[in-house]
Ligand binder design. Sequence first.
Ligand code: ZN
Length: 302
Amino acid sequence: MSKNKFSKYFLFVLLGAVCLSVVAIIQTNTGSIGKVKGDFAVGDAGKLKVIFFDVGQGDASLIITPGGEKILTDGGPDNTVIRKLGEYLPYYDKKIDYIILSHPHADHVTGLDEVLRRYQVGKVITTGILHTAPDYLEFLDLIKQKNIPVEIIDSREGIELDSGARIDFLYPDKSFAGTKMENLNNGSIAYKLSYASTTYLFMGDLENEEYLSSTTPLILKSDVLKVGHHGSANANDKEFLKLVSPNFAIISVGASNTYGLPGFRTLHELGQDGAQIFRTDEGGDIECVSDGMRANCTKLAK
Ligand SMILES: [Zn+2]
């Protein structure tokens, strides 16, 4: 082999080795290419998956439909959500179909700013409520900069997802756009997710759940309840919990939080109704999987 040929051969081998190392590093960081944490890959036929992320004291959850549509509700109090999305989605998947911001308190909106910077977001769903905290203003600014379509929830509308899954917004049923609210929690979006005969109720931080008990009592029954306001005893009154009567109650709450959350009364009443309670502060992320007939929730290892 001539010196020139040998150099080319050496360069080729070296490039090959570098490529293999890069692939090995990616596989170490993501599990393996295309595979994600949990028990099935993104867009698994026939299954709808909801992951409630452990983001400390805050809320962030990801719905993945059977066809692979992704809906992120809230982003938690910091950028933990970016790490979580990286654990559950393949490294090359940077698309989120919908972001739903329940309300603009920092423990719900902060992580979404970095999601908007790093991911291609199809649509943002929010109430347009007035609030001047920096994280929320940045959120609004990023939406504008990136020209992302926005849908304001001001009536009981719905969105159709693939495979017959759908989201029906229950609250607000009037416009809060441009208005200031004394208690921002009561400006939270609440919605019901359905897939065939399984149902999930997402309550944001809504504390006037009595309004839903009186206006939509017959559609509250759900298999899975994302408990309102981190399980606070100010929300989740007895009659409401009875109407929902969930098999699984998910409480997104920070370990050793200083707010005394979740409330003892809420835990007691959920337990009395026979709900199996999952808390993000006790076991990390929680995954609920539905095959259309049955929804089942499990704790994922930290
Ligand atoms: Zn909150």
